[in-house]
Design a protein around this ligand. Structure first.
Ligand SMILES: Cc1cc2nc3c(=O)[nH]c(=O)nc-3n(C[C@H](O)[C@H](O)[C@H](O)COP(=O)(O)O)c2cc1C
Length: 145
């Protein structure tokens, strides 16, 4: 089993409608491919975690990288894992678009600011820590560790 994490810049300003469209398509594809993961969006950036077999993660990532809705893709990690973190999610999406919500303020104070919003980290362990904080704020179920 493998886990890949990347960060990218959105070509156009993001809002929940845009993210929901991506998620709708992704969930169907990922369920078929046995991919699980998490997609985080700010107004300007994506941060995504993809888990599955080597072939499926690789194929999915190659498709995503070619997508013209984003660029400046930075691969943060691609590693062997013992178990999935996002077992129950074919792709869970969360948006942190502004800088004024309680969640945005908390995340900016801990992880920093970029383009007037939350800065998504480039270190994979910090990226996972941020997702875990968001999970807690949204009261999403605990990860399986
Ligand atoms: C930020 C971002 C994340 C995406 N995540 C996924 C994903 O997890 N799974 C997926 O199949 N497609 C994902 N896509 C969409 C792919 O880039 C591509 O459009 C899609 O997989 C093509 O599917 P199709 O061959 O069924 O048309 C994502 C696109 C973007 C911009």
């Amino acid at each position: 089993m493998y886990r890949l994490i990347y960060k990218s810049r959105a070509v156009e300003d993001l809002n929940w409608d845009v993210v929901e469209r991506i998620l709708h398509h992704s969930e169907a594809n990922n369920a078929l491919a046995g991919i699980t993961g998490f997609l985080l969006a700010s107004r300007t950036h994506f941060l995504q975690v993809i888990e599955g077999t080597f072939e499926e993660v690789n194929d999915t990532y190659l498709r995503i990288v070619r997508d013209t809705r984003h660029d400046e893709i930075q691969l943060l990690s691609y590693e062997v894992i013992d178990a999935r973190l996002f077992e129950t999610w074919a792709m869970k999406g969360i948006g942190v678009f502004g800088s004024n919500s309680d969640m945005a303020r908390q995340l900016i104070s801990k992880y920093g600011e970029q383009d007037g919003g939350v800065r998504f980290p480039l270190e994979s362990w910090l990226a996972l820590s941020m997702i875990n904080d968001i999970r807690a704020i949204h009261e999403l179920p605990e990860w399986k560790r």
